[in-house]
Structure formats: C-alpha cells, structure tokens
Design a binder for this molecule. Structure first.
Ligand SMILES: [Zn+2]
Length: 285
C-alpha cells in the first residue's frame, strides 16, 4: 500500500515538473543590459526592470512561483521592489503573466495590458484561443488597470515605452520598444513579444482565432520595420542571452547591441511561420 502511494506521488511530481523546463525557474545573475534597462528574470524567462527617477517599470511577472526570484534580482541590483509602479507583459501566457496577481499585491503597481490580451489575463487563461481548456496553463486571474491599444505609450519618469501589437502567438501579444541613451549615444531597444507558432496552432480554419494567419503576417511587417539596436525578448533564448551575458565583462562593445542578430532572428521566425502556413494550407486542401 505504502509503495503504491509512493509510486503515485512520484508520478504526480514527475508530471507536474515536466510542464515547466528547469531553465524557467533557475536563477540567473541579474544584470544591466544597457542604460536604465536591467535583466531580472530566470535563466530563460525574461523579466526586465526599467528604472526611472519616479519609480520603475517591470516587464513580465512570469510563473506563479517567479515573483520571489524577480524581487531578489531587483534587490541584488540595489533597487527596491516597492518602487515598481507599472507592470507590463509580453503576452498572456502563464510563463509571462502568471505572477502578475502576486506582484500587484507586493508592489501595488498598475497593470497595463494590450486590449486583445485583457480578457485572457482577467479570466486566468480560460478564454485563450488555444489553451483555454488546458487547466495546467491557467493562472490567477488578474485585474487590468489600463487597457492598451496598438501604438500606445507608457510613460514614467521621462521613460517612454511604446506598445506595438504583434498578434498571432496571442491575440494581444506585445512588442515593447524604447529609446535609451548610453555613454552619449542613443539606442533603439526592442523587446520581442513572440513571433513563434506553437505546436498545435492552427493557422488555417481556426474557429477560435479566424484571422490568426493575417495577424502573424502583421507581426512580421511590424518586426521587420522596427529600428533595433538592442535586441531583447520574452525568453532569453530569443537573443542568446546567456552567451551575450558571458561576453559582457570582457568585450569592449556591449554584446546586447546586436542589430544583425535581431534581423536574423526575425527572418528565421518569419521563414518558420511561412513554412508552417504552407504545410497547413496544403494539408487542408
Ligand atoms: Zn507564449
């Protein structure tokens, strides 16, 4: 009897931990990316702190379990978590927004979300076009304080972040841009929301998201047109965060300044989208 319980418990832990890659929960050294932009996420789930004289902006609350890791990273850099005044996300998936309810409680930050992601954020993922019925993808429903629309600006303490709607991956997926000045030079920072077509996504005849293919096409138009010097994204893996961080100490140039890497990434993701669309169009004929 005891061994049967043990086997059951082991199976339970195995299935629970299989959902979440270890890179998503393992700490990573927090670091300055450029100017007032800092990395405060885990090994792969990116969170960014943008500091201003009037309080700070946090992008991505990540998993339900992430707020403590993010808070620790913010404090390791010498900042106060209670200075976070605005909370933003890359998109309404549980690996980027599940910690939002807790971070709002901890900091009293105002939560600002792109219009088409608002219902999903507020119902805890139940209206997600792909994962709505997957309970393991649900997260604590979180009240949104300001609904953003494509091109809206989020302003605090002289910092201006622009919300670019880059839909497809989620209906309100958001790519954030800002301009920073570092050592007297100005740089365009792009934080890519996600251009990825997840396994199982239907690009053709999608009943819960009929315009999904057109939305991805719009996303690639937007991403191709954005000026980018500093390439960042919702996952560190998008921009080789770990390899660039390793070069940070020794290289004279800031490794996060990577316009060519941005262009190559967007081109690669666009090709992957077009290949999948082609495959599905031919398969459905
Ligand atoms: Zn996602």
């Amino acid at each position: 009897m005891l061994s049967r319980i043990l086997i059951f418990l082991l199976a339970l832990t195995a299935s629970a931990s299989a959902q979440i890659p270890s890179d998503w929960t393992q700490p990573f050294p927090p670091h300055r990316v450029i100017a007032n932009v800092y990395y405060v996420g885990s090994k792969d789930l990116a969170s960014y702190l943008i500091t201003t004289p009037q309080g700070d902006i946090l992008i991505n609350s990540s998993l339900v379990s992430s707020p403590d890791l993010i808070k620790k990273s913010v404090e390791q850099l010498g900042f106060k978590f209670s200075d976070v005044k605005i909370l933003l996300i890359s998109h309404a998936h549980y690996d980027h927004c599940a910690g939002s309810a807790r971070i709002k409680q901890m900091t009293h930050a105002k939560y600002m979300v792109m219009d088409a992601d608002v219902p999903v954020v507020e119902d805890g993922g139940k209206s997600d076009f792909q994962y709505g019925k997957s309970a393991d993808m649900h997260f604590p429903p979180t009240k949104v304080d300001r609904i953003l629309h494509d091109g809206d600006e989020v302003r605090l303490g002289g910092v201006v972040l622009v919300a670019h709607k880059t839909p497809g991956h989620t209906k309100g997926c958001t790519t954030w841009t800002l301009t920073v000045v570092d050592k007297g030079k100005s740089y365009n920072v792009v934080i890519v929301g996600s251009p990825n077509v997840n396994p199982g996504y239907k690009l053709v005849n999608n009943k819960t998201y009929p315009q999904i293919a057109q939305d991805y096409q719009q996303t690639f138009r937007v991403l191709n047109a954005l000026p980018c010097d500093v390439f960042l994204g919702a996952h560190g893996g998008y921009y080789d965060m770990q390899a660039k961080y390793a070069r940070l100490k020794d290289s004279a140039e800031n490794p996060f300044i990577d316009p060519a890497g941005y262009k190559a990434y967007v081109a690669d993701r666009e090709q992957a989208f077009l290949a999948e669309l082609h495959k599905q169009e031919n398969g459905s004929k």
